[in-house]
Write a protein that binds this ligand. Structure first.
Ligand code: CMC
Length: 460
C-alpha cells in the first residue's frame, strides 16, 4: 500500500498526497496535484525543503557527511580513479571498461584544440577581464562553431558533443589565462592526458615546456574529481532549468558557469584565499577575525565554512585537507596561509557560534591552498571549479534530455505587489493623488486645487 500524507487546508478540505521514497530511503511528499485540486501552491524560499527532480546521479547525506557518485563513495573514487573515468561514470552511469576509457580519452584528445578562428575572440576581452566572464562567453560562442551539436539525436552525437565540450572547456580556461597575462596561447598536446595537458597549456611557453610533477598532477586530478558533481546545487539547478527549456548543451553549461561565479557558490574558493591573504597581510589575529565574523556588523562570513546540505562535515574538505598537507610537503612549500587556515578551522570548531549552526569547512576551504601551490592564480580558482563541474552539468543535462516526461522548469510565486491600479495622468501622479505605496488616494482626500490633466497624451 503506497504511503500518503494528508494535508488539511484552512477551509477544512483534506487532500491525500503520495509519498515518494528514494533508493536511500529519503522521503518526499509529491505535491504535483496540489494546485490543480485545491488552488494552493507551496512556498519555500531558497528551496530549503524542495526537491526539484528525481535524479540517479549523486547522493548526499549531509547529516553523515556522505557523498556518492552513482553509488560509489567519493573516497573510493578519489583513491582509485582518474577525473576522466569519474566523468564517464557520472555521465553514463557506469565506470568505463578499458576500451570505453581509451575511446573517450581519444575523443578528448581529438577535440582538445579550439577552431583556429575561434582563438581570435580572446583578444577582444580587456586584459583584466575576469576569466569566468571569458569562460562563460566562450562556451556559449563555441556552439556557433558546432552547429550540428545544437541538435543531439543519438547516443554517438551526445558522446561527441560531451567529449568536445569537456575537452575544449579546459583549453578555453588555459587560453583565457594566457591572454590575461599577455602570453601566447598554447596548443594542446596530443601525447598528454587530461590533467597534464591542462597544466601544459597553462604553464608551457612556446620556447619552454612545463613538465608537472606527479604530485601536482595527482592533486589537480583530485581537485577536479571532487568538484565533478554535487546534485542540485545552484549552478547545476541552473543548468537543469535552462536545459528544461530544451536549450542546447553549450548554452546550458555556459549558464552553469555564470551561476557558479557567485561568492556563495563556486566563487568562494577565491574568496577564501583573499580572506587568508588579508589576515596574513593585515597582521590581524585569527581570534580577532573570528570575532569580526561573529559580530556580523560588517556582514563578513567565514568563507569556506558552512553548507546548505552538509550539517556534519563535508567529505570533500577532509580529502582536500589531507591532499593539501601532502602536496605542500612534497613540494617543500611553506605557505603561512595554510597555518592560518588550520588555526581558523580550530578556532571555529571550538566556538559555539559555528558549532551551534553546524558550520564546518567546505570544499573551498583548503582547495585554494592546493591551487596556489600549483601556481594557479586566484582569479582562476572558480574557473578550475567549473572545469571540474562540467561532467556533472553534462550528466544533469542528459538526465533532463533522456526523461521524456521532463516538464519545463517554471515555478509559481506568491505575488505581494500592488493590487490592480487605475492609470493616472502625469499631473495626477503628484503627491496627494497617490499614497506612499503608489495607491490612488480617494477623491475626497485629495488637494482641492486640482492641476489640469494633460490635454494630449505625452509622446516621450
Ligand atoms: N560564516 C559565518 N556565519 C555563517 C556562515 C559563514 N560562512 N555560513 C552561515 N552562517 C550563519 C548565518 O549567518 C546564519 O546565522 P543565523 O541563523 O544566526 O542568521 C546561519 O549560519 C545559517 O546560514 P544561512 O545563510 O541561512 O545558510 P545557507 O544554507 O542558506 O547558506 C552557505 C549556505 C554555503 C551559502 C553559507 O554557509 C555561506 O555563505 N558560506 C560561506 C560561503 C561559502 O563558503 N560558500 C561555498 C559553499 S560550498 C561550495 C559550493 O557548493 O558551492
Amino acid at each position: 500500500m503506497p504511503e500518503t500524507a494528508s494535508l488539511t487546508l484552512p477551509d477544512g478540505r483534506t487532500i491525500e498526497l503520495p509519498v515518494i521514497v528514494g533508493s536511500e530511503n529519503e522521503h518526499a511528499i509529491d505535491i504535483s496535484r496540489l494546485r490543480g485540486e485545491t488552488g494552493y501552491i507551496t512556498i519555500d524560499d531558497g528551496f530549503m525543503n524542495t526537491g526539484s527532480c528525481k535524479s540517479e546521479i549523486t547522493f548526499i547525506d549531509g547529516e553523515k557527511g556522505v557523498l556518492r557518485y552513482r553509488g560509489y563513495p567519493v573516497e573510493d573514487l578519489a583513491k582509485n580513479c582518474s577525473f576522466v573515468e569519474t566523468a564517464q561514470l557520472l555521465i553514463w552511469g557506469e565506470l568505463p571498461t578499458p576500451e570505453a576509457r581509451r575511446d573517450f580519452s581519444d575523443l578528448l584528445t581529438e577535440n582538445s584544440a579550439l577552431p583556429e578562428d575561434f582563438r581570435r575572440h580572446f583578444t577582444a576581452f580587456p586584459v583584466h577581464a575576469h576569466p569566468m566572464s571569458i569562460m562563460s562567453a566562450m562556451i556559449n560562442a563555441l556552439q556557433s562553431y558546432d552547429l550540428p551539436g545544437l541538435i543531439i539525436d543519438d547516443e554517438e552525437e551526445f558522446e561527441r558533443v560531451s567529449g568536445a565540450l569537456m575537452s575544449k572547456v579546459r583549453t578555453i580556461a588555459a587560453a583565457a589565462y594566457k591572454s590575461s597575462i599577455g602570453e601566447p596561447i598554447m596548443y594542446p598536446r596530443y601525447d598528454l592526458r587530461y590533467v597534464e595537458n591542462f597544466l601544459h597549456m597553462m604553464f608551457s611557453k612556446p620556447y619552454r615546456d612545463y613538465v608537472p610533477s606527479a604530485e601536482a598532477t595527482a592533486a589537480l586530478n583530485l581537485f577536479f574529481l571532487l568538484h565533478a558533481d554535487h546534485e542540485q546545487n545552484c549552478s547545476t539547478s541552473t543548468v537543469r532549468m535552462v536545459a528544461s527549456g530544451q536549450a542546447n548543451m553549450y548554452a546550458s553549461v555556459a549558464a552553469g558557469v555564470c551561476a557558479l561565479w557567485g561568492r556563495l557558490h563556486g566563487g568562494a574558493n577565491q574568496a577564501v584565499m583573499e580572506m587568508l591573504s588579508f589576515i596574513q597581510s593585515s597582521g590581524m589575529s585569527v581570534k580577532d577575525y573570528v570575532a569580526k565574523v561573529k559580530d556580523r556588523a560588517e556582514g563578513i562570513r567565514l568563507m569556506g565554512f558552512g553548507h546548505r546540505v552538509y550539517r556534519a562535515f563535508d567529505p570533500r574538505a577532509v580529502l582536500l585537507k589531507d591532499a593539501c598537507d601532502k602536496l605542500l610537503n612534497a613540494m617543500h612549500i611553506d605557505d603561512p596561509r595554510l597555518e592560518i587556515a588550520k588555526q581558523l578551522e580550530e578556532a571555529a570548531l571550538s566556538d559555539d557560534y559555528f558549532v551551534s549552526r553546524k558550520l564546518y569547512p567546505n570544499v573551498d576551504f583548503y582547495s585554494g591552498i592546493i591551487l596556489t601551490a600549483l601556481g594557479i592564480p586566484v582569479e582562476m580558482f572558480t574557473v578550475l571549479f567549473a572545469i571540474g563541474r562540467v561532467p556533472g552539468w553534462i550528466a544533469h543535462w542528459k538526465e533532463i534530455y533522456d526523461v521524456p516526461s521532463t516538464k519545463i522548469y517554471r515555478p509559481r510565486q506568491v505575488y505581494t505587489g500592488s493590487v490592480r491600479r487605475e492609470w493616472l495622468n502625469r499631473f495626477q501622479r503628484e503627491k496627494g493623488y497617490t499614497d506612499s505605496r503608489g495607491f490612488k488616494v480617494p477623491e475626497e482626500l485629495r488637494p482641492t486645487q486640482a492641476p489640469q490633466a494633460d490635454a494630449v497624451p505625452p509622446t516621450n
